[in-house]
Design a protein around this ligand. Structure first.
Ligand SMILES: [Zn+2]
Ligand SMILES: [Zn+2]
Length: 421
């Protein structure tokens, strides 16, 4: 095993959020680095070797495999019972003609995290053999953008909300697969906190020898035509080349003003939020009569039946979060466009908050998926997803993409000079 020492000299780091160029001293084991200007996590807790993320990602993968081996939940009412596996949640959505929602559920809860864990385990293992593996570099530069789309933890909350919603109507049993899913989600979160991308990249592809010789610290990157590679976090002069000298990732859109794209995505999300509230998100069939429920109708029903804590969770996740996110991002776009830089740290905090809470809006979509898969007792009781589930999922995805396209460097008044790019 080659436990390589940490870099012993200072290195140049560029904050991807506020564009500040800084000198980063060598980190001791477990030491993280933050941007002095915006407090962004420039480097995670330093890992001397890649054994820990490797072990945690393998443990998470084993638990993920167990999720598919057992029953997830079972439901019975008046002698009619039904047991669902994890895959049934997606199967129910596909069965009710919502294949895109089924794909979204599988993609965000198990597909993407599974792929991420497998790739990470491979990279941690290959990193021990030293740099120069082009396939590993190719994989590594594509891995990090996947992180915001992993929603296993959101799905667990969705399952718990579903169970509380129907616990008074039927007898519910939790299966071993659900326990395995909870452990898998916890292991996944732990693995994410253990990845030290800077040390991992040092092992996969060493820093280009002359990358930092003409870079000045204590200035913005834009003032030196310096950008940070979105693949490997290495600063490089984009005026000289558009592909990263370390990982080869191309950055052809340097200088492109993406704020129009953020506006367009926000407008799309706002339009989609209208059908998401007009149409029913699910329909409950009980003793032959069908009761369609909108998002707000469902919240009011929960309040009337005394389940106000669950009503509050759904109201916050499905109404407060999406609306606040659209308003907050709209305001940040205005601040960036008109140069309102009086309080950039507060604007930055607002952006990070919208980015963090946005994915939790998916709770209601997951609730619908779980209930549709679980509550299947024929005409006695059945739950069917409604068209609003699709529009609402699209609102969540659009607002998440809008947040990802927003260029936070513009909040600090350090815009790109597109002409000099
Ligand atoms: Zn910063
Ligand atoms: Zn790169």
């Amino acid at each position: 095993m080659n436990a390589q020492p940490f870099a012993t000299t200072d290195r140049i780091a560029l904050c991807r959020e506020c564009d500040w160029v800084m000198r980063m001293p060598p980190r001791a084991e477990g030491e993280a680095a933050h941007c002095p200007r915006c407090h962004h996590h420039v480097a995670g807790a330093a890992q001397r070797d890649m054994q820990r993320p490797l072990a945690w990602s393998l443990a998470a993968l084993i638990m993920l495999a167990l999720v598919f081996a057992f029953d997830f939940l079972s439901f019975s009412t008046q002698g009619i019972g039904h047991t669902m596996s994890f895959v049934d949640a997606a199967g129910a959505l596909a069965g009710y003609d919502y294949p895109s929602l089924a794909a979204l559920l599988m993609f965000t809860t198990v597909g993407l995290p599974g792929l991420y864990l497998l790739t990470l385990a491979y990279l941690c293992a290959i990193a021990r053999k030293g740099p120069g593996n082009p396939f590993a570099i190719h994989l590594a530069r594509r891995l990090r953008p996947l992180e915001p789309w992993m929603m296993s933890d959101v799905f667990i909350v969705g399952v718990l909300v579903s169970l509380i919603k129907i616990v008074t109507l039927a007898d519910i049993r939790i299966g071993p697969s659900f326990i395995a899913f909870c452990i898998y989600a916890a292991l996944l979160l732990r693995t994410l906190t253990l990845v030290d991308w800077i040390s991992l990249w040092d092992r996969l592809a060493p820093l280009p020898a002359r990358a930092s010789t003409t870079i000045e610290t204590g200035r913005t990157g834009a003032s030196q035509q310096l950008v940070i590679c979105r693949g490997c976090e290495t600063p490089f002069h984009v005026s000289r080349r558009h592909d990263c000298p370390r990982c080869g990732r191309r950055h052809p859109h340097y200088g492109f003003d993406r704020i129009q794209l953020t506006w367009a995505l926000l407008a799309t999300a706002t339009i989609l939020y209208i059908p998401a509230n007009i149409y029913p998100i699910m329909s409950t069939t009980s003793l032959g009569s069908t009761d369609p429920q909108t998002i707000i109708g469902g919240v009011l029903h929960l309040v009337h039946t005394g389940s106000w804590p669950i009503a509050l969770v759904i109201f916050v996740a499905s109404v407060v979060v999406p609306i606040s996110k659209i308003v907050a991002l709209g305001w940040l776009c205005l601040a960036a466009s008109y140069g309102w830089h009086d309080d950039s740290p507060t604007q930055m905090r607002l952006y990070r908050l919208t980015e963090k809470v946005g994915r939790w809006s998916m709770i209601d979509v997951f609730v619908v998926a779980v209930l549709a898969a679980l509550v299947r007792a024929g005409s006695l009781m059945a739950i069917e997803p409604g068209p609003a589930a699709l529009s609402f999922a699209a609102v969540v995805v659009m607002t998440m993409v809008a947040a990802l396209t927003f260029d936070t460097r513009r909040l600090w008044g350090d815009t790109f000079n597109a002409d000099s790019a």
